[in-house]
Design a protein around this ligand. Structure first.
Ligand code: ZN
Ligand code: ZN
Ligand code: ZN
Length: 282
C-alpha cells in the first residue's frame, strides 16, 4: 500500500498493488496539468484505491471524454484518477511515498512530446497509448510561433500568457517541493525577466500557493483545470514558467539537473546535462 499526497498535504490517498504498470506520459494534457515534460503514473487495481482525505475537496477537470483529472484545490498538485472501464486507478508516482517496488517501464504519447525535451533512456517508446488501450488523444490547436514571443496556456485554455525576450535559464529541478508540486519526476522551469511577461487572458483564474516554510517556492495553477502556470516574482524580478505549459518552443534547452540529492528513487537521470546536488555554484 503506497500513501500519496499533494504539496500542501490537504489531499491524501492510498493505492495498493499489485502495481502492474508505471509509465511516463508525454501527452499535451499531462504536460499542461503537471507543468512538466512528462507525467509518471503508477497503475493499480481500482479496488485498492481510496481517498484518505475529504475527496470532495479535490478539484476536478474533464480533460477528455474518457478522463477526469483531479488536483488539490489549495496547492494545485495533480492527484490520482480512476478509470472504471479499465478497472484501474492511476496515481502520480511523485505523490506516492516510500519504495514502490516498480520502476518506469515505457514512454507513451511520444508522438506528442515537447520539442524542448529529449528522451535519453532506453525504455520502449509508444507514439500514443500502448497497444490494447483504446482511448484516443484529444488534438490541440496548433500555434504558429511569432518571432521573439513565447506563448503558453493552461490545460483548459482559460489562462494564456506570452513572454517577449530570451530566457535567462532553464533547469530541471528534483527538489521535493517541485516533485510534489508538479506531481512529476522533476520540474522543468524556464526563467525570464519579469518585464517581458504578461497574462493574455484569465489572470483572475490564477491561484497561488506559497509553501509556508519556503523563502520563495510558490506554486501557481489554474483554479478551473489545475494546469500549472507561470509565477511572476516581483521580489526576484523573474517569472518562472513551467515548461509543460508552453505552446511554442522557448528555444532554450535545460542547462542542468539541480537538487539531484533529493531526486525520486524510481527515476534514473540519463540526460547529458550537468547534475548538481543542490544549486549550481555561482
Ligand atoms: Zn494540496
Ligand atoms: Zn498523458
Ligand atoms: Zn485552466
Amino acid at each position: 500500500m503506497a500513501r500519496g499526497r499533494c504539496l500542501c498535504g490537504a489531499l491524501n490517498y492510498e493505492l495498493g498493488g499489485p502495481f502492474d504498470a508505471m509509465i511516463h506520459c508525454h501527452c499535451s494534457m499531462c504536460r499542461k496539468h503537471h507543468g512538466a515534460p512528462f507525467a509518471t503514473f503508477v497503475v493499480g487495481p481500482i479496488a485498492n484505491f481510496h481517498w484518505t482525505s475529504d475527496e470532495a475537496k479535490a478539484g476536478r477537470y474533464r480533460s477528455s471524454p474518457d478522463g477526469v483529472r483531479t488536483f488539490c484545490a489549495i496547492c494545485g498538485s495533480a492527484g490520482p484518477s480512476t478509470m472504471p472501464e479499465l478497472g484501474v486507478a492511476a496515481a502520480p508516482a511523485a505523490g506516492l511515498q516510500g519504495d514502490l517496488g516498480i520502476k518506469p517501464q515505457s514512454h507513451i504519447f511520444v508522438g506528442s512530446k515537447a520539442p524542448w525535451y529529449t528522451i535519453t533512456d532506453a525504455l520502449p517508446q509508444h507514439d500514443a497509448y500502448p497497444p490494447g488501450v483504446g482511448a484516443q488523444p484529444v488534438p490541440r490547436p496548433v500555434i504558429t510561433p511569432r518571432a521573439g514571443i513565447t506563448e503558453g496556456s493552461c490545460l483548459c485554455g482559460g489562462i494564456g500568457y506570452e513572454v517577449t525576450g530570451t530566457p535567462v535559464r532553464m533547469m530541471y529541478c528534483h527538489c521535493s517541493r517541485c516533485r510534489l508540486g508538479r506531481a512529476a519526476a522533476h520540474a522543468s522551469n524556464v526563467f525570464y525577466k519579469l518585464d517581458g511577461f504578461r497574462w493574455v487572458r484569465g489572470a483572475d483564474r490564477v491561484t497561488e500557493y506559497k509553501v509556508p516554510d519556503a523563502r520563495f517556492h510558490t506554486a501557481a495553477f489554474c483554479s478551473r483545470c489545475g494546469g500549472k502556470v507561470p509565477r511572476p516574482s516581483i521580489e526576484r524580478g523573474l517569472v518562472t514558467v513551467p515548461a509543460g505549459s508552453l505552446d511554442t518552443d522557448p528555444g532554450i534547452r535545460a542547462q542542468a539537473h539541480i537538487f539531484v540529492a533529493y531526486k525520486a528513487a524510481w527515476f534514473d537521470i540519463t540526460g547529458p546535462e550537468p547534475r548538481f546536488a543542490e544549486m549550481p555554484p555561482g
